[in-house]
Design a protein around this ligand. Structure first.
Ligand code: NDP
Length: 256
């Protein structure tokens, strides 16, 4: 059974300025809803202004929209600068945008490999460095990276994806080490499968999902709200002494 998460009992982000990448749908949109309910002001980012605009109208909080393509060379630095400008600073960064092109190693497509590394590793690492520096120069802050259980255990047909997410976890740890003394915390959330657009694309076929489900002791995939609840805790002062860790949200997959 999947429990319902009561957003009213969650830690507060009252007035916090939060940048969420990949906020248009899936896990990022759920994090936006959860953080809005916790009182945060949101900078929503993605590639499509129209979908971000219509989504922002459903949120009961102050929002700003910054369109950015994180696969481009300048995308991360430009987004960092624009997001800081939106509300005069960023207190929380949620590095969530990500992509996947499942394909076997012996059919690896170079363009796919490069794009996955750009969006899943280069962009969030640069963004965290730039926003982290701004946080350290200001009142500090919390960086929450949506990595994956695939960073901690190899998955077939996920060569670029596993590599990108494992690298991102290490980037997050270095950030925690360097900026921890200046009031910045950086941690990762590592979900198992979540049936978003990406989850459906990769795991929608029962032939693929059944063996994966069989390896999860809880017997089900994760819900977006379960990733959001962990992200909220890491973003908030409730986790003030937590720095440089990666938390599986995986129903025990990594111990099976
Ligand atoms: P979705 O495919 O549902 O959403 C992906 C989001 O990333 C969209 O908002 C999309 O925005 C944005 N995005 C994609 N490419 C770019 C780009 N080039 N520039 C800027 N934004 C981009 O994915 P999920 O919600 O499932 O995934 C969210 C995160 O969670 C990812 O990092 C993923 O790796 C991770 N994750 C997902 C799991 C799953 O099973 N779903 C499991 C473990 C981790 P738009 O297209 O509008 O630009």
């Amino acid at each position: 059974m999947t429990p319902t998460i009561d957003r009213s009992t969650n830690p507060s982000l009252d007035g916090k300025r939060v940048l969420i990448t990949g906020a248009s749908r899936g896990i990022g949109a759920d994090i936006a809803q959860t953080f809005a309910a916790a009182g945060a002001r949101l900078v929503l980012s993605g590639r499509d202004h129209e979908s971000l605009e219509s989504f922002s109208r459903t949120l009961d909080t102050e929002t700003a929209i910054v369109v950015a393509d994180l696969s481009t060379a300048a995308g991360p630095d430009t987004l960092a600068a624009d997001a800081v400008d939106a509300f005069g600073g960023v207190d929380v960064l949620v590095n969530n945008a990500g992509i996947s092109y499942p394909e076997p190693v012996d059919a690896l497509d170079t363009a796919h490999f490069d794009e996955v590394i750009q969006v899943n590793l280069r962009a969030p690492s640069l963004l965290a460095a730039r926003i982290g520096r701004a946080m350290a120069d200001g009142d500090g802050g919390s960086i929450v990276t949506v990595a994956s259980a695939a960073a901690l255990r190899p998955l077939p047909e996920h060569y670029a994806y596993c590599t990108s997410k494992a690298g991102l976890i290490m980037a997050t740890k270095v950030l925690a080490l360097e900026l921890g003394g200046r009031g910045v915390r950086a941690n990762s959330v590592c979900p198992t499968v979540v049936l978003t657009d990406m989850g459906q694309k990769v795991w929608g076929d029962p032939v693929k999902s059944a063996p994966m489900l069989a390896r999860i002791p809880s017997g089900r995939f994760a819900e977006p709200s379960e990733v959001s609840a962990t992200a909220l805790w890491l973003a908030s002062d409730a986790s003030a002494m937590i720095n440089g860790i990666d938390i599986p949200v995986d129903g025990g997959y990594l111990v099976s």
